[in-house]
Design a protein around this ligand. Structure first.
Ligand SMILES: NC(=O)c1ccc[n+]([C@@H]2O[C@H](COP(=O)([O-])OP(=O)(O)OC[C@H]3O[C@@H](n4cnc5c(N)ncnc54)[C@H](OP(=O)(O)O)[C@@H]3O)[C@@H](O)[C@H]2O)c1
Length: 281
């Protein structure tokens, strides 16, 4: 077996951290990188890429901030060129559904000559606990311009297991896996389930996109994040991604994890309660 490490771009990320943990548990050597590691890897500084890649055989790649942003296509083009030149043999790219920018990046990867997998994922359940929606849940109200759109939220652990299979089992090579959770749910349903399981009131409030953007501006949210959230809520959340897909089952031979299981795990982790306890202490 080739013993050189597997590169993970996005060490501390929602999926990168899990891919790293699963690979290490299986006994694989890994090189998890981000801007804060040595060697470092910064998507905004291509001079950091080669030394992060050199000596690794395969890579799990999460792009920042999102493949939907306008410069992602050029950056991914340059990245695969450097990766091929540095001798990388296999790339597993995390992609998103219904985003033109993500599809352009997927095409670049498929055509670059390195063996590939694409894990095209729905919205992560972990956005409720490890990302911008956590604050709303802790405050008791999640305010979003998402209306009644349904989304089959996927558990990031499922994404990580699919990515690990793609990285370590050659039979999956050169395939795209569209991975979603098993149930398409509205944000209101998700919040209802979280609130019921937590045993404390949390509500979902849907607002027009313009008021949401005004609130982001007033809160000083960086402009590139504002652009991204606007794109997500006006383009990607128009209902195009409501379909449940079978990628998890195809790769892992078991159904995708249900939102209820995610909620139970998250309650056990304490992330939805620790801040409340600190406040009342
Ligand atoms: N969230 C979703 O629902 C969803 C759905 C489908 C697809 N995706 C895709 O998932 C990808 C993100 O993956 P993820 O959610 O696993 O990661 P993540 O949680 O967003 O990763 C966060 C980490 O990325 C690192 N980072 C930030 N800027 C960076 C930069 N310029 N260069 C290198 N590292 C940087 C940071 O670590 P340091 O501070 O140490 O650098 C940070 O801890 C995006 O491409 C997104 O489009 C997300």
């Amino acid at each position: 077996m080739n013993q050189s490490p597997i590169l993970i771009i996005g060490k501390n990320g929602k999926t990168g951290s899990r891919v790293n943990a699963h690979l290490q548990a299986l006994g694989y050597s890994t090189r998890p990188v981000s801007r804060s590691t040595t060697p470092s890897f910064d998507w905004e500084n291509s001079a950091t890429w080669r030394s992060a890649i050199e000596g690794t055989r395969a890579a799990y790649v999460t792009y920042q901030p999102d493949l939907a942003v306008p410069n992602a296509e050029a950056t991914i083009k340059e990245f695969v060129r450097v990766a091929a030149d540095a001798g990388l043999e296999h790339i597993v790219l995390l992609s998103g559904r219904g985003e033109q920018g993500a599809q352009r990046a997927e095409q670049i990867l498929k055509a670059c000559g390195i063996s590939w997998n694409i894990v095209r994922a729905s919205w992560f359940a972990q956005n409720f606990s490890e990302s911008f929606m956590l604050e709303g849940i802790l405050a008791g109200e999640l305010v979003l311009p998402a209306g009644d759109t349904v989304e089959p939220f996927i558990d990031a652990d499922d994404i990580a297991h699919v990515a690990v299979a793609a990285l370590t089992e050659p039979g999956h090579r050169n395939k795209l896996f569209e991975v979603t959770g098993p149930r398409a749910m509205t944000f209101a349903q998700c919040i209802e389930e979280i609130s019921a399981a937590l045993g404390r009131p949390v509500k979902y409030t849907s607002v027009p996109v313009d008021s949401y953007m005004n609130a982001l501006r007033e809160a000083g949210v960086p402009e590139d994040l504002q652009w991204l959230l606007h794109e997500l809520f006006t383009v990607v959340f128009d209902g195009r991604n409501c379909k449940v897909m079978s990628g998890v089952e195809e790769v892992l031979g078991r159904p995708a994890t249900d939102f209820k299981t995610y909620v139970q795990k998250t309650i056990e982790s304490g992330v939805w309660t620790s801040v409340m306890q600190k406040k009342s202490a």
